[in-house]
Design a protein. Structure first.
Ligand code: SF4
Length: 368
């Protein structure tokens, strides 16, 4: 490996981090000792996957108050867990966290990286991060931020991910010298604050040694990622109400919104647009709901019917009063909030409620 030793190249990171580190509720005061609460590290690392620190902090605090130990989380009902995760997105993380906590509660913490990586949902990055931050193991954690910093520091050409094994072998002695927890968090912090896609090199502690910065190539190392265009869909989001109950899709076991209650949806393309409408079909202004691979043009509708009708599997009439305690994703929370507001406007063109009822007794709509 032609790279200078990590312990030398990354040496400025350790004192820099000691100076700039933020007080975060999951961060231990003593970065040289094993963390006093590995469960808190696990919760924070799982929450921080795909989510910004500022968003995670209040969720973490509420979560730890509600489920303070792995044993408490393992015993909690799924609806309570999803409710506590409501709004954080990527809900499968909550289910994986419960499964990992269940394993820890039953068998205690694994004694090595392979054991951590075998816990449900951890994956190589999270297992290594928990190993370093909770247990002070020299296990290099490479996420997108760390890859970006190291690619620039070492001027790696092309996608840095194929270098993962070599980077881990290079990084491990540096962790041992400067402290696994400290250096791991320092790399994360640098990637999140200075070495962003548009880096601020002037204030970076690694500027003097950074090959990409010195060659003025930070714009091309690593090469910018091209994302596939998200799929565009249009849907009606339906609040169907009758006899003090609302109709909901029960949580499914898989998919983007697994574990969450959802409003039924229907495809506007499959319904006539100009039928005569009763006054009890209301609409609110729509919005665009953005997911990683999908953009939904959402039209929220409220249909009031005189009586409940027989629904197919996967749908359930739920007392309106119970709505507030059910876990829902952001899109469905938004319609729940609209229901609490006065108004909406009568819809002058749109679906015939009879068509919607027919659709709901036939199929559950496209879902997500
Ligand atoms: S000098 Fe710039 S490109 Fe290099 S590690 Fe620091 S912030 Fe990143």
């Amino acid at each position: 490996m032609p790279w200078p030793p990590a312990s030398e190249l990354l040496a400025p990171l350790a004192p820099w981090f000691d100076q700039v580190r933020r007080d975060l509720p999951w961060r231990a005061a003593d970065l040289d000792a094993p963390h006093p609460d590995p469960y808190a590290v696990l919760v924070s690392e799982v929450m921080l996957q795909q989510t910004q620190v500022a968003t995670v902090v209040p969720y973490f605090e509420r979560w730890m108050a509600r489920f303070p130990t792995a044993t408490a989380l393992a015993a909690a009902p799924d609806d309570a867990i999803h409710k506590a995760w409501e709004g954080l997105g990527y809900y499968r993380r909550a289910r994986f966290l419960k499964a990992a906590a269940t394993s820890v509660a039953a068998h205690d913490w694994p004694g090595d990286l392979d054991g951590l990586a075998a816990l449900p949902g951890l994956g190589p990055y999270t297992a290594a991060a928990v190993g370093a931050i909770a247990f002070q193991w020299p296990t290099p954690a490479l996420d997108g931020n760390a890859f970006r910093v190291l690619a620039r520091l070492l001027a790696l050409e092309g996608d840095p991910k194929p270098h993962a094994a070599a980077l881990r072998a290079w990084l491990a002695p540096g962790l041992t010298v400067h402290g696994p927890s400290r250096l791991t968090q320092a790399l994360m912090e640098l990637g999140a604050t200075h070495c962003t896609p548009a880096p601020e090199c002037a204030a970076c502690p690694l500027a003097a040694a950074c090959a990409a910065h010195r060659a003025d190539r930070t714009g091309e190392i690593p090469p910018p990622r091209t994302r596939p265009r998200p799929r565009e869909v249009a849907l009606w989001l339906l609040a169907v109400e009758a006899e003090g109950h609302v109709l909901l899709q029960t949580p499914s076991g898989k998919g983007l919104l697994a574990g969450l209650w959802r409003w039924p949806t229907a495809d506007p393309e499959n319904h006539p647009a100009d039928c005569a409408l009763p006054r009890d079909l209301m609409a609110w202004p729509g919005w665009t709901q953005v997911y990683t691979h999908r953009r939904e043009a959402v039209r929220p509708l409220h249909v009031t019917l005189p009586t409940r009708f027989q629904v197919q599997d996967g749908l359930r009439w739920v007392p309106r009063a119970k709505l507030a305690v059910l876990p829902m994703g952001r899109r469905d929370q938004r319609l729940r909030s609209l229901l609490g507001l006065p108004g909406g406007t009568p819809l002058m063109e749109g679906p015939d409620p009879a068509d919607l009822v027919a659709a709901l007794t036939r199929d559950a709509g496209p879902g997500t």
